[in-house]
Write a protein that binds this ligand. Structure first.
Ligand code: GTP
Ligand code: MG
Length: 195
């Protein structure tokens, strides 16, 4: 299901996981990698591809949610505002949202827009993990260094401890098992508590 109004999103009370981050960071590609489908979520080399809140139901009992990216310079100021509003509405109102993934490109230094977004999530008590994307673009020896620096910057800033993180590459299927296992553990707890 796709729409731009959080009130019209599916109302089933099953766990959902949202993917958010800058445009072009690889949110939709990661959903395809996790689900082992080539084009379940629409991807593009040009930023701004995903424009709606997209719910993908998995195994009939949980959702992966693909969201539009933030920080896409080519949308008009007015569009940006409405867009940000429905995204923040989504995060504030979805009680079935058990964990969100904030995607950042592993090649980049910490960016202000991502830091601000994560701070906003922290202030609003919205649980999240970081997903480093496009790890195939770096030499394996550099990966750990990059991630260490990123996490250190967070801890030296406003964060008492670094969030949990995953290192991924959608083209190389890297990080898939770890992420699916993490989701599975949360789902298992969720359904245990419900019984
Ligand atoms: P928006 O919907 O515009 O916000 O973008 P998105 O975050 O959903 O990004 P999308 O998945 O559409 O991918 C953007 C571009 O990055 C595409 O050209 C993808 O092929 C490429 N890409 C995504 N993941 C990876 C990856 O792990 N490795 C490499 N090398 N390229 C990737
Ligand atoms: Mg997308």
């Amino acid at each position: 299901m796709s729409n731009s109004n959080v009130e019209k999103c599916p109302n089933e009370k099953i766990p959902e996981y949202a993917f958010i981050g800058r445009s072009n960071v690889g949110k939709s590609s990661l959903i395809n990698m996790l689900t082992d489908r080539k084009s379940l979520a629409k991807t593009s080399g040009r930023p701004g591809k995903t424009q709606l809140i997209n719910h993908f139901k998995i195994n009939e009992n949980w959702f992966l949610v693909d969201l539009p990216g933030y920080g896409y310079a080519r949308v008009s100021k007015k569009d940006k505002k409405t867009f940000q509003k429905y995204i923040t509405n989504y995060f504030e109102q979805r009680t079935q949202l058990v964990c969100s993934f904030v995607l950042v490109d592993i090649r980049h230094e910490p960016q202000k827009i991502d830091m601000e977004f994560m701070e906003w999530m922290g202030e609003n008590g919205i649980p999240f993990c970081i997903i480093f994307t496009k790890a195939d673009k770096l030499k394996p020896a550099v990966i750990e260094n990059k991630v260490d620096t990123y996490v250190k910057t967070m801890v030296q800033g406003v964060w008492e401890e670094a969030p949990r993180y995953f290192i991924t590459s959608s083209s190389k299927k890297m990080g898939r098992d770890a992420l699916l296992q993490f989701i599975d553990e949360i789902n298992t707890d969720f359904f245990k508590e419900k019984k």
